[in-house]
Each structure stands twice: as structure tokens, then as C-alpha cells.
Design a protein around this ligand. Structure first.
Ligand SMILES: [Zn+2]
Length: 337
């Protein structure tokens, strides 16, 4: 198991970033990796908190940017990734390549990459995540995350509910293919999903709820670390999302597509898909394809071809083998199309 060692969550904790990442035994500089906007927004607070630091701006979540960070990290002591997703993933993979400690500082809660050992990059040989190392430390300032656009938090809720069908797919692979299944990792992932699924009495955007969502996303990443694979966090709903990204790049956020996928996969699994839909809607997450600019045909195509993204991953889609008619019926009956 590879797990994060230090986690700090709270309001205004960005002020403590320096002491959080500073290694008393090391005089090496700390590499801070972020996008341009985050740098502009947090520059003063981060620079005054970390005296020996070098800032690198990420332009794209691709291998070229990872290589830039790798080159700059030769005389660094550790790497800090600050941002919504791409900077954290670029920094995570670069730190893993050079064997440096990596600190994750999310500025939004749109997916579970905050704490997981996986990084999603463009321009790799496959459309799903690369295995890296989990962050050594995670510092999540709830105040910063709560002030990010609400769409990002709603997307995080989509990534959280997807653990429901991911765990069901994992159980299916255990029962039908004899695949290793970790009960504890599965339970932890399901608990993350329950933050959204049992949210009836929560104030969707209160600071307390934002904190719950951040903690749930971190727990989901930890569940993947315990399992040693993305199984507890990523099943048929993620394959659906990955295929959509291939045929309709840039339409919808990762968590938004996963949430919509979960509604349909929950129905295939015989779960309470209406509850999934209601929970997503409560947080303002999209529950239909047209809300994220996806056509009916693209949904049907993705349902039919999702398994091809990762043929070795056994899920409900491998078992059920949808036809064009049954795929359409599934999407239509759940009002995704
Ligand atoms: Zn995900």
C-alpha cells in the first residue's frame, strides 16, 4: 500500500503551506508547479510562505510539461502541485519519475486525483490514468476550494457517486473472473459515494459540505492506494466517460461525464439509479447529455464501445453486451437522452 503521510484540511490553511512542505533537513529549493491563473491568485501568499522556491507554470496536461518539471527538479528537494487538476497531475507524475516527495494542493474539488496515485495526461498511449505515486502530503484549503466555480464542486460529486458502480463492477469481476477484491478499499470508496448519496439534509455549498466533499475525494484516492489499483474508484461509468472524451473531446468535465455514466450503469446493475440522479441534481451536477453538449448518438456510441478503452477491465458492460437498441433504451429510460 502506498498512502499519503500528511494531510491538512481547513479554512485558510494555505498560510501554513511553507511549514507543511518544508523539510528541516533539506536546504534544497522547493519546486512549485501551477497554471498561470493560480499563480496570479496565490503568488503573494505562497511566495511569502516558502522562502526557497522556484515556480514553474504548466500550460498543458501533457508529457512535454512533465519533462519541463523533471528538468527543473534536478536540484530540488520536493515538488508542490497547486491547482484544479492538470498542474497537480503534471507535478505528481514528474515527482514520481525523479523520486521526489510530492505535495498536492488542490484549489478545487472536481475529481479524486487530489490524493490518488494516478495522473491523467494528454498525449499518452491510452485515454485513462497513468500510475504514479500518491502524494506524500495533501494541503486542502477549504476556503479556496469553496470559492472555486460551483460547477467544479458538482463535478467532484459526479466522481464521488461513480464509486457506487465502480465497486459493483469490481465485485462482478471478483465473482465472475476471480479477480482480487479488497473489502476494506471497497468499503472506503462506497463511504465516499455516500457523502453525495445521503446528502438530503446537507446545504450543498456550505463550507461544511465542501469540507465533506474534499475529505470524501481524498478518501477515494486513498482507497485506490489501498487497493493498489483504480478498481474501487473507476468502473464502467469511467470507461463510458473516457470513450466520450475520445469522440467528443472537451465536452463536459471528467466528473460530470462519470456522474451521467453512473446513472445508466446503476440501472444496469439493478441499483437505485433514480437516487443517483436526484443526488447529482441536488448539487447542480448535469444528469442529461444535452446539459454538457453531448448528442444522443454520442451517448449510444459510448455505451457500445466503452469496454474497448480497456478490454481487460471486466465490468457490467462486458457482461451485458448492449446492442444499439438496448443502449438507446438504457439512455432513454434514464432520461440521459
Ligand atoms: Zn474519476
Amino acid at each position: 500500500m502506498e498512502l499519503p503521510t500528511k494531510i491538512l484540511i481547513g479554512e485558510g490553511v494555505i498560510e501554513k503551506l511553507g511549514s507543511f512542505v518544508e523539510e528541516t533537513s533539506s536546504s534544497r529549493k522547493i519546486l512549485v508547479v501551477s497554471g498561470k491563473n493560480v499563480r496570479e491568485a496565490l503568488r503573494d501568499r505562497v511566495e511569502s510562505s516558502i522562502p526557497r522556491m522556484k515556480w514553474i507554470e504548466v500550460t498543458e496536461p501533457d508529457i512535454k510539461n512533465v519533462e519541463i518539471v523533471v528538468r527543473e527538479s534536478r536540484d530540488a528537494g520536493s515538488v508542490v502541485g497547486i491547482g484544479g487538476g492538470k498542474s497537480v497531475d503534471v507535478a505528481k507524475l514528474a515527482a514520481s519519475f525523479v523520486g521526489l516527495r510530492f505535495y498536492s494542493v488542490p484549489t478545487s474539488a472536481s475529481h479524486d486525483g487530489i490524493a490518488s496515485p494516478f495522473a491523467s495526461l494528454r498525449g499518452t498511449s491510452r485515454p485513462y490514468s497513468e500510475k504514479a505515486k500518491p502524494p506524500y502530503g495533501i494541503l486542502a484549503d477549504v476556503e479556496i476550494i469553496a470559492s472555486a466555480p460551483r460547477r467544479l464542486l458538482a463535478s467532484g460529486c459526479g466522481d464521488l457517486v461513480s464509486k457506487l458502480t465502480a465497486v459493483k463492477d469490481w465485485q462482478l469481476a471478483r465473482d465472475e473472473k476471480g479477480e482480487y477484491y479488497g473489502n476494506y478499499a471497497a468499503s472506503l470508496a462506497l463511504m465516499s459515494a455516500s457523502v453525495v448519496l445521503s446528502s438530503k439534509n446537507l446545504q450543498p455549498y456550505s463550507i461544511g459540505t465542501v469540507r465533506d466533499i474534499v475529505e470524501a475525494l481524498i478518501s477515494a484516492g486513498v482507497a485506490a492506494g489501498i487497493a493498489g489499483s483504480s478498481r474501487p474508484c473507476s468502473g464502467s461509468e469511467h470507461l463510458f466517460s473516457h470513450y466520450l472524451e475520445l469522440i467528443a473531446p472537451g465536452k463536459g468535465l471528467h466528473g460530470e461525464k462519470c456522474g451521467i455514466g453512473t446513472i445508466m450503469m446503476a440501472k444496469l446493475h439493478g441499483l437505485d439509479w433514480e437516487k443517483v440522479k436526484e443526488s447529482l441534481a441536488r448539487f447542480g451536477a448535469p444528469v442529461s447529455a444535452r446539459q454538457i453538449g453531448i448528442t444522443d448518438e454520442q451517448v449510444v456510441e459510448s455505451l457500445l464501445n466503452a469496454s474497448s478503452v480497456r478490454p481487460e477491465r471486466y465490468t457490467i458492460l462486458s457482461k451485458v453486451k448492449l446492442t444499439r437498441e438496448t443502449a438507446y433504451e438504457l439512455a432513454h429510460s434514464t432520461e440521459v437522452i
